[in-house]
Design a protein around this ligand. Sequence first.
Ligand code: SF4
Length: 294
Amino acid sequence: MPIDLYLLHTKLEDLKKKYQNLSYLETDPICFPKQYQDPLDIEVVSFISCLYAYGNVKSIQGFLKPIFLNLGKSPYQTLLGQDSKFQSVLSGLKVYRFQTKKDNQIFFRTLARVVAEKEKKSPLLESYFLDSKEVFEETKSIQRFQSFWEEELKKTSGKKNLSYGLQFLIGKSTAKSPKKRLSLFLRWMVRNSYPDFGLYKKIHANQIPFPLDVHIQKLIQVLGITTRKSFGVKESYLTREFFKQLNPVDPLLYDFYLTRVGIIEKCNATYKKDVCETCYLKEVCLVFGSATGN
Ligand code: SF4
């Protein structure tokens, strides 16, 4: 059955109204950059937060909170300074899932060096996505950004190959995976409305891939947007194309609100009475429809 775009749009707008409230930011890694005013701080904190945004919310927060505390009032200035304060950040780093303490130290030393080599103005990292004509290319830009970091991380580590943890952290440039953490970083940096920051001006909101995290992967199935079971970068762009029908200029508008259905409402893409009966999406959800006959 074709998707009723009008009804879906209405339900997504309802969802947006519900979750467009500052208290819901606490359930998302965007809560970290939201604590800063200076665009330079927002950008470096966003980059760090997105790269480590895998695993559950509690473990992400447990790892990142002490780091940002140690980086002080201005994480950008601490990275730039590379002084004793930065050294104590490095020694305080812990293991995080696939990253050893050493991996994390190499990453932070690399970030500090890259930041120090840049002009002291915002944005710091946008140019690494762009080609020589300063254009964002769908098929190449995220890979280009990853290749840049792969080389910089190798430089810092002094090794020809990256460790598993460092490779996982930045993602493999040649992989066809959905590159969801970098897509999320782009969403934060490019979209200029709530809850994102709009710091990057050369990349447009309708150019970036839809961040296909596990919650979105489930939701686009139950909403009938895709029948695919495996997700790669191609599906990220196909999902963005679908949402362009609802908003051609800002197709990622509903990403934050949709992920709340997974994170807060605990949608598991299966019918559970207590969860589904109060869900704002039940009228457009295939799972709810087939379980209840509605
Ligand atoms: S109705 Fe249930 S399965 Fe469907 S989106 Fe809502 S919580 Fe998920």
